[in-house]
Design a protein around this ligand. Structure first.
Ligand code: HEC
Length: 152
């Protein structure tokens, strides 16, 4: 009798711990799901107005890249250089805009990005397509790096 009772309680314990581990698995799946949907980038805590301003600027950045690529394809290097300096370079307006952000690393990244825009402008001026594409690649690396680390 005692043996039977012991066997039953062991049986119940096994079932119980299986159920518990199934519960753990479920919890892990939920946590895993959260990890995939969570935006882990640093928030800049921007005001509604700053958000719109930044997105407008960003859309202009994509258009500048498109315009530069188009000019390179047409061998219009002087025009491409002008766009790089005016739209991507460290103009007084861009310097002021980047200086408004509280996050120091973000500011530094923004400044380095715009400096690379001026470097791109200089390389484009030489009319060397390969060197220009290399410089464009470098500038676009900043787009990628910043977007990977920051959100509004
Ligand atoms: C110093 C940081 C930084 C750099 C450099 C940068 N961006 Fe952005 N960009 C942002 C942030 C922050 C957002 C908002 C992202 C978010 O909240 O999810 C953004 C958003 C955008 C958007 C979305 C616009 C919209 O209307 O939704 C585009 C497009 C974009 N960037 C293009 C570019 C391109 C192209 C470059 C490079 C030529 C670039 N950005 C460089 C920080 C940067």
């Amino acid at each position: 009798m005692k043996i039977i009772l012991t066997a039953i309680s062991v049986f119940i314990w096994i079932i119980g711990s299986n159920a518990a581990s199934a519960e753990d698995d479920k919890m892990q799946m939920v946590n895993h799901h959260d990890m995939n949907t969570m935006d882990t980038r640093t928030s800049l805590n921007l005001s509604a107005e700053m958000k719109q301003h930044q997105l407008t600027n960003m859309r202009a950045h994509v258009d500048a890249i498109r315009t530069i690529v188009g000019f390179i394809a047409e061998n219009k290097f002087a025009e491409a250089s002008k766009i790089a300096h005016i739209k991507l370079g460290l103009t007084p307006e861009m310097k002021e805009m980047c200086g408004m952000f509280e996050d120091e690393k973000f500011r530094a990244l923004g400044m380095a990005f715009h400096k690379s825009g001026d470097d791109l402008g200089k390389v484009l001026q030489t009319g060397d397509a390969n060197a220009s594409l290399r410089a464009l690649n470098k500038t676009m690396q900043y787009c990628v790096e910043c977007h990977a680390n920051y959100r509004q």
